[in-house]
Each structure stands twice: as structure tokens, then as C-alpha cells.
Design a protein around this ligand. Structure first.
Ligand SMILES: Cc1ncc(COP(=O)(O)O)c(C=O)c1O
Length: 373
């Protein structure tokens, strides 16, 4: 829960500091005032969020402008979905080029981008196969279904008795399966009954995990947040000992957010199933992916699972970039961007040290505290 409230507090603090006028409103901005837009949204949209009162009108890299022309630094990056920066020129170019060439084939047919993307992603993360989805929560659902299928086909768990063990304090999305793994009353209250077949354990509590494994034919689903030292390795060892699958939800922590491609890499742990999302779509389309080796992935057969828009991937192949022309390797561009925001950081943000300390727990090796989307 603390983590969930971290991001709004941090952004609020920064907004107050950087909301001075930095220059002219960028071309093409709307003329409606922020307050007018906030009022319309309040009247016409469900109240399932409580947004910070800043209206994004235009953005570039880490900068955002509101309709009045105030400039902000984006420290939230859409909960990591725009880690590459807003409107990254290579991502935008690839998106437009691909959308004009082929919009969608669905997985009923083959297309000429998805295989390239699948090969790229599996070789990058060293798993045999990938199953693409759209949102993060769908990626989570997919991983759970895959794990259950493996449990019945390979581990020979009796019908409908598979158990998913999840860790309190983690966040996996807002669907029924995802909230069934949550210990957060705000996320679950009023949405019952939750799915059966779920057990929970405190994140970091190896002893309780071992007790559960000893008592059940379980499957573990474990989201990566900042773990106590050695915890991920301990979970890996327990999973291997009891023939339980380890699933790492790296939707937010993956793709170099922690300073390594996967946060699990810090402990040199290889989960059986990895879920990616958010930054995978370059911030322009929702893309998630489940990675696993063949003995697990091939437990799902044609017709058993899928998404019509699973082949949005044909764009993501280029969006993510490494296959056709690396946008992730563009160190010079990243450095220029950092130079640009450096002075703002020095002038404004350093004065916030005290508040920032409350908001962000940063570790020497680049780890971070996760926020919920
Ligand atoms: C670790 C993690 N898993 C799953 C999700 C759900 O992703 P989505 O909002 O795309 O469904 C999130 C979103 O914040 C997340 O941080």
C-alpha cells in the first residue's frame, strides 16, 4: 500500500516545484483550460482513479506541458510504460510506418513481423518461447493459466486442485485473478467472491513459503518488488526442490527499469515464467508477453488461449526496436536528454531531498520501489 501512494505524492511534490512557466506553449496544444478539462472528466468518466490535478497536453522525452504551457518533468513515466520517454522519435516513426503498411492480421493468420519479434524477445531473455498479450493483467492471467495447465499435464495435480501462492504487498493488476492474489483491502473489497485456489504469504517470508510448499501441490506466482537480500534465490531453490513453478511478474521491474534487463538478474535467478509489459509497448500500444521454455509453454494448445489483437506485436517488433535497428542502444541520444534535464534537476529537485527520501527508496545498484498502475 505504501508503494501505491508513493508515486502520486512524489509527483505532487515535483509539480509544486516545477510548475513555473518555462516558455511558450508547444505548437498544437489544446486551448481548453486544465480546470475545464478536469471538470468534464469528473462528470463523464468513472471515478476509478483520483488523478493529480495536472493535465498532460503535450510531451517530449521526460518533459510534459499542460494546456496553459506550464512545463513539468515526468517522474512517473506512466508507471514505467513510457520508460523510453514520451514520443520517442524512433518509436513514433516505426509506429506510423508499420500502421500504414499493415494494421492487424490477428493470430488467425501469420504476418511478417511477429516471428521476428518472437525470435528477438526469446533470444534477448533466453527463453524458448513467448506468448504475447495486450495489457499487463492479461499477461498475468496468461501466466496463471499456463502454470495451472502445466500443473495438471506435467505435475499430475488432481483436477481443479492447483494452488497459486502469491506474495502480500505485490500488485498484479485489476482483473479478478489478479486481485485474487492481492492482500490490499481497497483492491478487493466489494468485488468478491475472489477466485478459489489462491494462498498468500508475506513477501520475504521464506519459512512460511516452505511450510505451504510442504503441505500443498502448489504453484507460486511471485511479483518482483525490492526483495530482502537473497530472497529471490531462496524462492528459486524452494521452487526447484518442491517442483513448483516460479513466476516473476516483471511487468514493471523488467526491461532495464532496475538497471538489469530483469530485476531477477540481480540475484542471478531464472524464473520458470517471466511476464513483461508496460515499456514493452513503447508507451504507444499495450503489449505484454509471457516467456517460458517449451516444456511449459507447449502445455497450451491451439484454441485454448489467445487474444485477437495478440499480433499488435507486428508493430511492437519495430517499436521496441532492437530487432530492426536498435533504439535502446542510442546512448548519445539518452545522454543529450539527461544533459537537458540536468539543470532543472539541479535547480529544483535537489531542494526536495527530504521529501524525495520519503517517496523513493533507492538502492546503490539501481533498484527501486514499485508503484501500482
Ligand atoms: C507488476 C505489475 N503487474 C501487473 C500490472 C497490471 O498491468 P496493466 O495495468 O497493464 O493491466 C501492473 C500495473 O501497474 C504492475 O505494476
Amino acid at each position: 500500500m505504501a508503494a501505491r501512494r508513493t508515486a502520486p505524492r512524489l509527483l505532487n511534490t515535483l509539480c509544486r516545484v516545477s510548475s513555473r512557466r518555462f516558455g511558450a506553449l508547444p505548437e498544437g496544444s489544446t486551448s481548453s483550460s486544465s480546470q475545464h478539462l478536469i471538470n468534464i472528466e469528473y462528470e463523464c468518466s468513472a471515478h476509478n482513479y483520483h488523478p493529480i490535478p495536472v493535465v498532460f497536453s503535450q510531451a517530449k522525452g521526460s518533459s510534459i506541458w499542460d494546456p496553459e504551457g506550464n512545463k513539468y518533468l515526468d517522474f512517473l513515466s506512466a508507471y514505467s510504460a513510457v520508460n523510453q520517454g514520451h514520443c520517442h522519435p524512433k518509436i513514433m516513426k516505426a509506429l506510423v510506418q508499420q500502421a500504414e503498411r499493415l494494421t492487424l492480421s490477428s493470430r488467425a493468420f501469420y504476418n511478417d513481423r511477429f516471428p521476428v519479434f518472437a525470435e528477438c524477445l526469446t533470444s534477448m531473455f533466453r527463453y524458448d518461447m513467448v506468448l504475447p498479450m495486450n495489457t499487463g493483467a492479461e499477461g498475468v492471467e496468461t501466466a496463471l493459466k499456463l502454470a495451472r495447465k502445466w500443473g495438471y499435464e506435467k505435475k499430475k495435480i488432481p483436477k481443479d486442485e492447483a494452488i497459486i501462492v502469491s506474495c502480500c504487498g505485490c500488485f498484479h493488476g485489476r482483473t479478478l485473478a489478479a486481485i485474487s492474489m492481492s492482500c490490499d483491502n481497497e483492491a478487493t473489497h466489494g468485488f468478491g467472491p475472489l477466485l478459489p485456489g489462491h494462498l498468500k504469504v508475506d513477501f520475504g517470508d521464506e519459512a512460511s513459503l516452505e511450510k505451504i510448499f510442504k503441505g500443498h501441490d502448489s504453484i507460486i506466482c511471485c511479483q518482483v518488488i525490492i526483495p530482502p537480500d537473497g530472497y529471490l534465490k531462496a524462492v528459486r531453490d524452494l521452487c526447484s526442490k518442491f517442483n513448483v513453478l516460479m513466476i516473476a511478474d516483471e511487468i514493471q521491474s523488467g526491461l532495464a527499469r532496475s538497471g538489469r534487463m530483469l530485476a531477477c538478474d540481480w540475484e542471478e535467478v531464472r524464473p520458470d515464467i517471466v511476464i513483461l509489459g508496460k515499456a514493452l509497448g513503447g508507451g504507444v500500444i499495450p503489449v505484454s508477453a509471457v516467456l517460458a521454455d517449451k516444456d511449459i509453454m507447449l502445455c497450451i494448445h491451439p484454441g485454448e488461449h489467445g487474444r485477437v489483437k495478440g499480433d499488435q506485436i507486428n508493430r511492437v517488433n519495430q517499436v521496441y526496436g532492437r530487432c530492426d535497428g536498435p533504439c535502446g542502444d542510442d546512448a548519445e541520444e539518452a545522454e543529450r536528454e539527461l544533459d537537458g534535464i540536468g539543470s532543472v534537476y539541479e535547480n529544483d529537485v535537489v531542494f526536495l531531498d527530504a521529501q524525495l527520501e520519503q517517496c523513493v527508496r533507492e538502492f546503490g545498484n539501481g533498484r527501486f520501489e514499485l508503484t501500482e498502475g
